[in-house]
Design a protein around this ligand. Structure first.
Ligand code: SAH
Length: 253
């Protein structure tokens, strides 16, 4: 059996209780060494076989799954953040299905949640935006035309850019070309929830320079949108005194 487990964004105590239990019980662990905090491996039992997937290709990962299954061993495939976001899990699941190896998925705290926490930020402020767009600049993996920065930025929603901190200059250029104003607030969080976390907010105009100043080129999220300023919003209806819900009767105005 293979357990896909979300490791969380970095801090080892941000894994779920279920994820931790699977690590404690695993005979074999394959972890994404480039982004998963190795401290999580301290939860593994003695004698657990540990592989770093950043040094493996897909076939080699599948071979480890196969060998483990042949020896009735339990495997944890530890992915950074939540496995459903840029986790390349589908291709592994399809191979497991072909091989009739059972698997399940344990969610994790995605880094976009870790980054919001680092910035004390609510992505969905009433009166500003009610949507978060999780996206990336194209790189080796192309982005469908309809999801280009030019298209997505039209919505004015909070945009969270994964896998894009290596070229903040191009990101800035494309956002501005798309009509996003120079003074739009941006937030950058490097290694959210890790001990060496770094973060700052700035305007879109300042973004590439600030990133250079901080020496941030990878393992960071770039958040763009009015919501980053965390001001000018309307209070939620949910907690308004005159608003009744299924659980609470509102005070008559
Ligand atoms: N599944 C992961 C994302 C994997 S893609 C998740 O849910 O978070 C890898 C990208 O995620 C990195 O290039 C970076 O943009 C972002 N990332 C991962 N961990 C991060 C962290 N702790 N802080 C900031 N960005 C992070």
């Amino acid at each position: 059996m293979v357990h896909f487990v979300g490791a969380g964004p970095g801090a080892p105590d941000l894994i779920t209780l279920r994820g931790k239990k699977f690590i404690e019980e695993a005979d074999v662990i394959i972890y994404a060494g480039s982004l998963v905090n190795p401290q999580l491996l301290n939860y593994a039992k003695k004698g657990c076989e540990i592989h770093d997937s950043s040094k493996l290709n897909l076939e080699e990962v599948i071979d480890i799954f196969k060998n483990a299954e042949n020896n009735s061993l339990d495997v944890v495939r530890l992915h950074t953040g939540d496995p459903s976001i840029y986790g390349a899990i589908r291709e592994q699941m399809d191979e497991l299905e072909k091989l009739h190896i059972d698997y399940d998925v344990t969610p994790g705290v995605s880094s976009f949640c870790g980054a919001a926490a680092a910035l004390n930020m609510e992505y969905t402020l009433p009166g500003i935006t009610q949507s978060v767009i999780i996206t990336r600049m194209d790189g080796r993996t192309p982005v469908p035309e309809k999801e280009s920065i030019e298209e997505l930025s039209k919505h004015g929603a909070t945009m969270v850019f994964f896998l894009s901190s290596g070229d903040a200059g191009r990101l800035q250029e494309r956002l501005i070309k798309s009509g996003v104003s120079n003074d739009t607030p941006c937030g950058v969080v490097y290694k959210a929830t890790w001990e060496d976390e770094d973060k700052f907010t700035c305007s879109l105009k300042e973004l590439p320079d600030k990133m250079n100043e901080h020496g941030i080129r990878k393992t960071a999220l770039i958040i763009v949108g009015k919501s980053v300023a965390q001001s000018g919003y309307e209070k939620s209806r949910l907690y308004a005194a005159d608003f009744s819900t299924e659980y609470r009767k509102g005070i008559d105005a």
